[in-house]
Design a protein around this ligand. Structure first.
Ligand SMILES: Nc1ncnc2c1ncn2[C@@H]1O[C@H](COP(=O)(O)OP(=O)(O)OP(=O)(O)O)[C@@H](O)[C@H]1O
Ligand SMILES: O=C(O)c1ccc[n+]([C@@H]2O[C@H](COP(=O)([O-])O)[C@@H](O)[C@H]2O)c1
Length: 204
C-alpha cells in the first residue's frame, strides 16, 4: 500500500447524494464534502440520475455528459465519487431500485441516504417509501424556506446542519444561456467544459 492510500474499512458507511446534476455545482460539492469529512461516513457517492420520476418532462443534458462533468468535479478527491450505476437501470430512476442494485454490487457496504428537508417532505410519495425510511439511515440537511416535516414519521432520520449555498443547477443553466459568468458556481474544470462544449447555451 502506498503512503497515499487509505485503508478501507470492512463495512464502510457510504453517503448517497442522488441528483440530476444538470450540471453539478459548488452547492452539491460543499454538501458532499461536509458529509464525507464531518460525519461517520467514509465517503459520499454522487449518483447521477438519468431521469427523476418527479422531473420526467425536464430537458436534460445527455447522461454521459452530466456524468463527465461530475467526474471532473470530484477528480482528485478520494472521499467523493461519481457513481454511474443508475444510468444502467430502467427509467425513471427509482431510488429503491438503485439501492437494491448497489447493495447487490457492494454487499459489505452500508448505505446512508443524504437528502434535503425539502425532499424529505416528499419522501412518502416515493416508490417503496416504507423501505427507504426503515432500511437505512437518512441524514437530512435543512434547506432554507422548506420547513422540516414531522420527524416521527422518519424514525431513522437525523438532522445535520450542513453549510448550504443558495444556488441551483437551474440558476447555472440560465446564467450560461444569458452569457453570464458561472465562475466559482461550478469548479473551474466544469466551467471550462461547459463553455468549451457549448452546453446550456440553448435549452436545456
Ligand atoms: N445549493 C444546494 N445546497 C444543498 N443541496 C442542494 C443544492 N442544490 C441542490 N441540492 C440538492 O442536491 C440534490 C441533487 O440536486 P439536483 O441535481 O436536482 O440539483 P438542483 O440544483 O436542485 O437542480 P435543478 O435546479 O435543475 O432542479 C437534490 O437533493 C437537491 O435538493
Ligand atoms: O424513488 C422515487 O420514487 C423518487 C422520487 C423522486 C425523486 N427521486 C430521486 O431523488 C433524486 C432527486 O430528485 P429531484 O426530483 O429532487 O431532482 C433523484 O435521484 C431522483 O431519482 C426518487
Amino acid at each position: 500500500m502506498s503512503s497515499e492510500e487509505q485503508p478501507v474499512a470492512a463495512s464502510p458507511r457510504i453517503g448517497l447524494l442522488f441528483g440530476s446534476f444538470n450540471p453539478v455545482h459548488t452547492g452539491h460539492l460543499i454538501l458532499a464534502e461536509y458529509f464525507a469529512t464531518r460525519t461517520d461516513l467514509a465517503a459520499v457517492w454522487l449518483v447521477v440520475s438519468p431521469q427523476s420520476p418527479f422531473k420526467v418532462d425536464d430537458p436534460l443534458l445527455p447522461d454521459t455528459e452530466r456524468l463527465a462533468l461530475l467526474r471532473l468535479a470530484v477528480a482528485g478527491n478520494p472521499r467523493l465519487r461519481a457513481e454511474d450505476l443508475e444510468l444502467t437501470l430502467p427509467r425513471p430512476s427509482y431510488t429503491i431500485s438503485t439501492l437494491d442494485a448497489l447493495r447487490q454490487r457492494y454487499p459489505t457496504h452500508e448505505f446512508v441516504l443524504l437528502m434535503g428537508g425539502d425532499n424529505l417532505a416528499g419522501l412518502p410519495r416515493w416508490r417503496a417509501a416504507d423501505r427507504l425510511t426503515t432500511e437505512l439511515d437518512l441524514y437530512v440537511y435543512p434547506r432554507p424556506g422548506a420547513p422540516l416535516p414531522d420527524l416521527t414519521a422518519f424514525p431513522r432520520a437525523q438532522v445535520m446542519a450542513a453549510p448550504l449555498l443558495d444556488i441551483s443547477a437551474t440558476f447555472i443553466r440560465a446564467s450560461v444561456r444569458r452569457g453570464q459568468s458561472i465562475r466559482y458556481l461550478v469548479p473551474a474544470a466544469v466551467e471550462q467544459e461547459i463553455l468549451t462544449r457549448g452546453y446550456y447555451r440553448q435549452t436545456p
